[in-house]
Write a protein that binds this ligand. Structure first.
Ligand code: ADP
Ligand code: ZN
Length: 436
């Protein structure tokens, strides 16, 4: 018995999905080749014509698209439809450098709404749901994506946007929303605010959270679930492909199903560009096969993940991706060692009296990289007991050293001193960039 799904394609036989993919891929390669001079030139240079794409494996013949291509053609150089057909624009929040612009036709918006609706249904939502959207509304895709999803489903979209966190709690209580959509960082902040206001999770009606747009750990999931009394589901997406809803978690919570009837995924070796077999971790690459206005071919996400077609207990047959551990450009290389901020979070969740709030500062002193981690302590930690403070510092330093393989300096800070995030959290200050 499979669980309820929004779109029948989610449980279609794999052969049917693949046939659909091929037809759509061929169609869209022609669309791009005929309408985007930049792509035509890149394909000509690579010696590949649209007619060379005859099976799904032929995808590997197409050139990659990099973020730099989007910057070089900023703002509209990769649009494949005239602006008269475009009904909406979004931009990436510019976390890593200059922003990029994505355009949508009405058809593209409809696809987006459908994908986000799948995510809401997978999280237990229905047309009866009230969906509280605390992702930021604006050029960032988070807000509008889940908004369209809720409306496509026939549920109620509540466009609260991010910010004014006490008011968020008030609205959750008064409007009786059952689904919360925001980043995991903001869900933590809302949960802490609920607790500080003396509101018990039972006093709100939330049953699920659809949380994404940034990497988060399983520990963080459990923390949010306890704070808000919900089941927390992951959702993945990026502006370049469509926004949130490229992939979403189901009841099994063992990876996210990719809307592969719209976005063809590949995993490649980031160094050689070679396509890797299923089950091998590598860089996630997407090809849009149904979008009209901004259909990227083989877009290099820089997110590291693994794909699997293993049968999922939910009954969906769409391929699954693992939670991305972070973008390759979020990864810090400190004294030659690769460090993901999430590894530090994992250690903090295993240490008593620490909160999951931390700030990493990387610097370079006398040609050597230094790593300092500020760790926020819980209310019951006694800062006036000097010996205890030192002991705790050393305990965390040793735990980080054994997890990361490099020794950091830990500084304990008082509760609520590390800035909370209403959107994507910023946990790293890399001062080395100043010298580059
Ligand atoms: P920006 O590029 O400015 O951060 P986007 O919102 O387009 O703006 O960011 C998309 C990126 O966010 C993805 O490439 C990925 O790195 C990250 N991301 C999105 N959802 C998730 C998720 N569920 N888990 C981990 N990372 C995520
Ligand atoms: Zn599933």
């Amino acid at each position: 018995m499979s669980e309820r799904v929004w779109n029948p394609i989610e449980t279609a036989p794999v052969e049917e999905i693949k046939a659909l993919q091929l037809a759509r891929l061929i169609h869209n390669v022609y669309h791009v080749y005929n309408n985007v001079p930049y792509y035509r030139q890149r394909m000509d240079e690579a010696g590949v014509k649209p007619q060379d794409i005859q099976c799904l494996a032929d995808l590997a013949k197409l050139p990659f698209t990099y973020k730099q291509d989007l910057r070089d053609t900023y703002p509209y150089g990769l649009f494949a439809t005239p602006m008269t057909e475009v009904v909406e624009l979004h931009a990436s929040s510019g976390t890593t450098g200059k922003q990029i612009v994505a355009g949508y036709t009405q058809h593209d918006i409809d696809i987006w709404g459908d994908c986000a609706a799948r995510a809401i249904v997978a999280a237990g939502g229905s047309p009866k749901s009230k969906v509280h959207v605390s992702y930021g509304y604006g050029l960032f895709t988070g807000g509008m994506g889940l908004h369209y999803g809720a409306q496509t489903l026939g549920a109620v979209a509540i466009p609260v946007s991010s910010g004014n966190t006490k008011r968020q709690v008030q609205i959750l209580q008064d409007f009786e929303s059952d689904i919360l959509c925001c980043t995991p960082s903001y869900a933590t902040y809302i949960g802490e605010t609920l607790r500080d206001m003396g509101v018990k999770p039972e006093e709100i009606k939330l049953s699920a959270g659809i949380l994404g747009a940034e990497p988060w750990t399983e520990d963080s999931r459990r923390n949010i679930e306890a704070l808000l009394g919900i089941k927390a589901y992951d959702i993945y997406g990026l502006t370049e492909i469509i926004g949130p809803g490229v992939a979403y978690e189901c009841s099994q919570q063992t990876g996210m199903h990719i809307c592969e009837d719209h976005f063809l995924p590949e995993i490649i070796d980031p160094d050689t560009g070679e396509v890797l077999p299923e089950g091998t971790p590598g860089e996630l690459v997407f090809t849009c096969i149904t979008k009209e206005a901004f259909p990227l071919l083989r877009y290099r996400t820089r997110d590291i993940a693994t794909l699997t077609r293993e049968k999922c207990g939910c009954g969906r047959t769409l391929i699954k991706m693992t939670k991305p551990r972070g973008r390759t450009d979020d990864m810090l290389i400190i004294r030659g060692v690769n460090v993901f901020p999430s590894q530090i979070e994992t250690v903090l969740f295993q240490t008593s009296q620490t909160s999951p709030h931390y700030l990493i500062t990387v610097d370079r002193v006398n040609n050597t990289d230094t790593l300092e981690v500020q760790v926020e302590m819980t209310d019951d930690f006694q800062f006036d007991a000097v010996r205890l403070v030192e002991q705790k510092q050393h305990e965390i330093e040793a735990a980080l050293q054994s997890t990361l393989g490099i020794s950091p300096k830990v500084r304990l800070v008082s509760p609520k001193t590390i800035q909370r995030s209403e959107g994507k959290s910023k946990r790293v200050i890399d001062k080395r960039r100043l010298y580059e």
